[in-house]
Design a protein around this ligand. Structure first.
Ligand code: BG6
Length: 531
């Protein structure tokens, strides 16, 4: 997260009419940002979905913004012989397709040919099996032409290849870098899953650290690439308004929701192995919780921020089966039941929904529950954090028509709507003292120029710069898995029940009961009023 400060000290006025688009091919980098150092990006899994959908669009956007160095090269490695030209054409047509898709975050009216040609000239394809030593010799030859070059190895591959690839890179001498950090860098990027539980995460970390140092590993949680997630720290620590009340004395509870309308989308076999809890909770939802709950860092240096987050993960009270509710979508308004999805067992007990009550054992948050929920085929796509404040301590309105007050709620909206809302009470117009809850909302779109952003731009750029702030450290990965180990491996092997919910609904009733027994309720996924 490179930190740049706007030069103006006046509050920004809403852009009106809606954001002007970026000029095509604008070569200049955005104010205060400079191109990343020259580097070769080696993508393992060059033919895969992640490369097409996210890495290439992100590189393209960085090129448009002038944030890539002229010395940049991209080497794609994949099994299967093909010409660089064919790979290039394939990537270009995928880019055009995403750019034309209005629902895509990469949507743009027109692809900038200059930016694409700039990238295309730098692409080079190598055929190779990830577990074949020869492929690494070939790669070494390609890199040897410039033994002094910076290299980022991006493992856009299935997690089962993490160990074999890093091991072979290490043995081929391709991960060597000077300890003082002044020479050329060699970095590897991997994406979740970082193991499937505490034991496997420890094993993976141990294995990787045999061949690279911790500071060479960039573990991506793509939620941290979202501006709205990074903005949580800005909202908390760049305003005097919120931090004083951001504690147990004023906050009753926090809800973190990541609900999706889509089902498992052809990923039945992956989902059968993984389930909603492993897929979302110890990683994405815990990352959101970390951003909301961490103590203020002394600076925005990577270690300062990551230390504060690590403290929160260490303070998580280990979850037990009583803290979670699992659900599975049956037939409903929106499509087939999970058990009828391709590659799913007809009697599957795999959860497609998970809710959890999480406690943080520290001074600031003692007694404040964090309720997390996520699921497929729910009524709405909604990723948000709502902070529920306690009610006022005393009501001077008791001799008036006011009999109840609605507690304040602040909502940080991550996706698909981006912004922050606040619900608070005002007097309604008229001669009688009556109070009603209203809401005030900030929406990114109203203030800032729309950007064709896939969320990987910052992550790639930061990795090339060597800024590790947004990446996961081994200790945090292990702490998050440790917190959920009692759910993944319940004592005495008792399976956690999986309750049915209708596709297109709000999740299982048992998840409502999880909050009801604490005297609370989930926020509606389909509120009739603005949120
Ligand atoms: C991925 C999960 O990590 O995150 C998917 O594997 C999930 O199951 C996705 O759909 C959600 O990410 P986003 O950015 O679309 O909210």
């Amino acid at each position: 997260m490179s930190t740049n400060h706007p030069t103006s000290d006046s509050p920004r006025a809403p852009t009106s009419p809606k954001a002007a688009a970026r000029p095509h091919g604008a070569p200049a980098s955005p104010a205060g940002r400079h191109p990343a150092p020259p580097c070769t990006l080696v993508i393992f899994g060059a033919g895969g979905d992640l490369t097409k959908r996210l890495l290439m669009p992100a590189l393209y956007n960085l090129a448009v913004d002038g944030l890539l160095d002229d010395g940049m090269k991209v080497i794609g490695v994949n099994h299967g012989e093909r010409e660089t030209k064919a790979w290039c054409e394939d990537l270009h047509s995928a880019l055009q397709q995403f750019a034309a898709d209005k629902a895509s975050t990469f949507h743009t009216d027109k692809l900038d040919d200059n930016a694409w040609n700039w990238i295309a000239r730098r692409l080079h394809y190598i055929a190779g099996d990830f577990e074949d030593d020869d492929a690494y010799q070939h790669l070494a030859q390609q890199l040897d032409g410039n033994a002094q070059c910076n290299v980022v190895f991006y493992l856009a591959v299935s997690a089962r290849f993490f160990k074999p690839i890093v091991e072979r890179l290490g043995k081929a001498g391709l991960l060597k870098q000077d300890d003082d950090g002044n020479g050329p860098f060699r970095r590897i990027v991997i994406e979740k899953p970082f193991g499937t539980d505490l034991a496997s995460a420890r094993d993976l970390n141990r294995h990787l650290l045999t061949f690279v140092r911790e500071r060479q590993i960039y573990r991506i949680d793509h939620f941290l690439g979202k501006d709205t997630v990074q903005s949580i720290l800005a909202v908390r620590f760049a305003n005097a308004l919120f931090e004083p009340i951001w504690r147990r004395e004023y906050i009753d509870s926090v809800q973190i929701t990541a609900s999706e309308m889509i089902g498992v989308e052809g990923r039945g076999s992956f989902y059968e192995q993984t389930g909603a809890f492993r897929d979302m909770v110890p990683n994405h939802l815990f990352q959101l919780l970390g951003m909301v709950a961490m103590e203020p860092p002394n600076s925005f240096d990577a270690e300062a921020v990551r230390d504060r987050k690590a403290e929160i993960f260490d303070a998580l009270k280990p979850l037990t089966p009583d803290d979670v509710v699992f659900g599975q979508y049956g037939k409903g308004l929106s499509g087939a039941a999970y058990r009828h999805e391709p590659d799913v067992a007809p009697d599957s007990q795999r959860e497609t929904y998970a809710a959890a009550r999480v406690q943080i054992d520290n001074w600031r948050w003692a007694g404040v529950p964090f309720y997390l929920r996520t699921g497929k085929r729910l009524a709405a796509r909604r990723t948000e954090i709502s902070v529920h404040l306690k009610n006022v301590p005393f009501r001077p309105f008791r001799a008036t028509a006011v009999d109840t007050l609605t507690p304040n709620v602040m909502t940080l909206r991550i996706d698909p709507s981006h912004g922050t809302s606040f619900h608070f009470n005002v007097k309604t117009p008229g001669p009688v003292m009556q109070i009603d809850a209203v809401h005030s909302s900030f929406d990114y779109d109203d203030f800032f120029a729309e950007r064709a952003n896939v969320g990987y731009e910052t992550l790639l750029y930061d990795c090339m710069l060597g800024d590790e702030t947004l990446f996961q450290r081994a200790d945090s990965i292990e702490a998050t898995w440790a917190a959920v180990d009692g759910v993944l491996h319940p004592k005495h092997g008792v399976a956690i029940p999986v309750y049915d919910y209708a596709a297109g609904g709000a999740g299982p009733a048992e998840a409502d009961a999880l909050l009801a027994c604490d005297g609370r309720a989930w926020r509606s996924l389909t509120p009739t009023e603005p949120t």
